[in-house]
Design a protein around this ligand. Structure first.
Ligand code: FDA
Length: 390
């Protein structure tokens, strides 16, 4: 039976970063994963180019029952730290929009970089390992289908439930619970929302149409693109608010966020003979105008409406209130929100308060980033925190 200083379950973003940090401290590190390849989610991320961090990283861009928890780790391993690593490996990158940094080429470069760093830090990575049990006496004892290993420290980095087809499992939650750690409510997040059949009868024909909108859900508001789908709504604005949406609650969509409330009255003076439909179709895809403008009034010249009536028409387009039927679930969710309760972890080290030597990092923890590179930044930062102490 082999003994290690640190065993890490999960060779994803967080696990590999923790392995690098611990290995660089001279710890004997073993990373175990049931997949046949490390960093599979990194490979498919950002459309294959990996949106590996966000320059605007700050604690307010992460959701958690304790919004303060992420502060310490994020401040000690920053986007600039990760950029320095990427630059050290000569990986070209660019800022796309909203502080989002992507590889110029393939996400494979990020995985290769992490594996190079692991190799330099003498980390052992064992793939295709089924974890069959974990227990603790003097040491942690990790049983696999390839035998048993023991460790001083055990880091849980198996992520959340998103994309089960890629091998996502609830192993980190199960082991955390086994050791008495609490879990918060777990839900699919950064996920398309579905509409019911009555709503789809109206919007289904718009599948593939996209429009910049302002989406609100409770206190969350995101001004980004929305995409109509055959099942409902997607696009960055919808994915963002899906993380705060709860069943049976309404969302509010401003379909014309750039138009001031009095915008139509001003256009009436400029183009009184233009059909209302043409005016609206200048502001949104014409197929959308056909769905969202009441058919009987659409062909009428804008000059035939009173200013008050125009204000009412615009207000309806700026405040589409709807209650989604649900989400597309873990099969389509980019992340899982909720997870191991941060009350049971140290925010400095990610170590369990009541189980010395047990650490939880990455998506398995109740910290969920916005869309746009924030989730990887959390994986790097929480992985670095644990690897620096395990
Ligand atoms: P991660 O899921 O990366 O790794 C977990 C590892 O544990 C995997 O290697 C898995 O095989 C292993 N594992 C799971 N269960 C196991 C078990 N029972 N036994 C052994 N091993 C097990 N984020 C971002 O910031 N920018 C982006 O561009 C994207 N893009 C993106 C696209 C898509 C399609 C998805 C699904 C997700 C993203 N994300 C993202 C989110 C990002 O991928 C995610 O937040 C991180 O990968 C989380 O890192 P972790 O290391 O915590 O888990």
């Amino acid at each position: 039976m082999q003994h290690y200083d640190v065993v890490i379950l999960g060779a994803g973003a967080a696990g590999l970063m923790a392995a690098i940090a611990a290995g660089q401290r001279g710890r004997r590190v073993l990373v175990l994963d049931h997949a046949d390849e490390p960093g599979k989610k990194i490979l498919i991320s950002g459309g294959g180019r990996c949106n590996f961090t966000n320059l605007d990283t700050e604690p307010g861009r992460f959701l958690s029952a304790n919004p303060h928890f992420c502060k310490s780790a994020l401040s000690r391993y920053t986007p600039q730290d990760f950029i320095a690593l990427v630059d050290k490996h000569g990986i070209p990158w660019h800022e796309k929009t909203l502080g989002q940094l992507f590889c110029d080429g393939s996400a494979r470069a990020i995985v290769a970089m992490l594996l190079d760093e692991c190799a330099a830090a003498q980390v052992t990575i064992a793939l295709g390992r089924k974890i069959t049990g974990v227990s603790r006496a003097d040491h942690f004892r990790i049983e696999t289908d390839h035998g048993t290993v023991t460790a001083e420290s055990l880091i849980l980095a198996t992520g959340g439930l998103s994309i089960p087809k890629m091998g996502a499992t609830g192993l980190a939650y199960d082991i955390a619970e086994q050791f008495g750690l609490r879990l918060t409510e777990i839900r699919p997040a950064l996920v398309p929302l579905t509409l019911d059949s009555a709503q789809l009868a109206r919007t289904g024909a718009l599948a593939g149409v996209s429009q910049p909108i302002l989406a609100r859900c409770g206190r969350a508001a995101f001004r980004e693109a929305m995409l109509f789908t055959h099942r409902g709504l997607s696009g960055p604005a919808i994915l963002q608010i899906s993380s705060t949406w709860r069943d049976a609650t309404p969302i509010m969509l401003d379909l014309l966020p750039d138009e001031p409330a009095s915008g139509l009255a001003a256009l009436k003076r400029a183009r009184p003979k233009a059909a209302l439909r043409s005016i609206i179709a200048d502001m949104m895809p014409s197929r959308m105008a056909d769905v969202f403008l009441p058919a009987p009034i659409a062909p009428n010249p804008i000059g035939s409406f009173t200013d008050d009536r125009l204000a009412g028409i615009l207000a309806a387009l700026k405040s589409w209130r709807l209650i989604p039927a649900g989400t597309e679930g873990y099969a389509k969710a980019e992340v899982t929100s909720g997870g191991v309760d941060t009350r049971d972890l140290s925010s400095q080290t990610m170590q369990a308060r009541t189980v010395p030597g047990l650490f939880v990092i990455g998506e398995a923890v109740d910290v969920t980033g916005w869309l746009g590179g924030y989730n990887f930044q959390w994986a790097w930062a929480s992985g670095w925190a644990a690897g620096s102490h395990a």
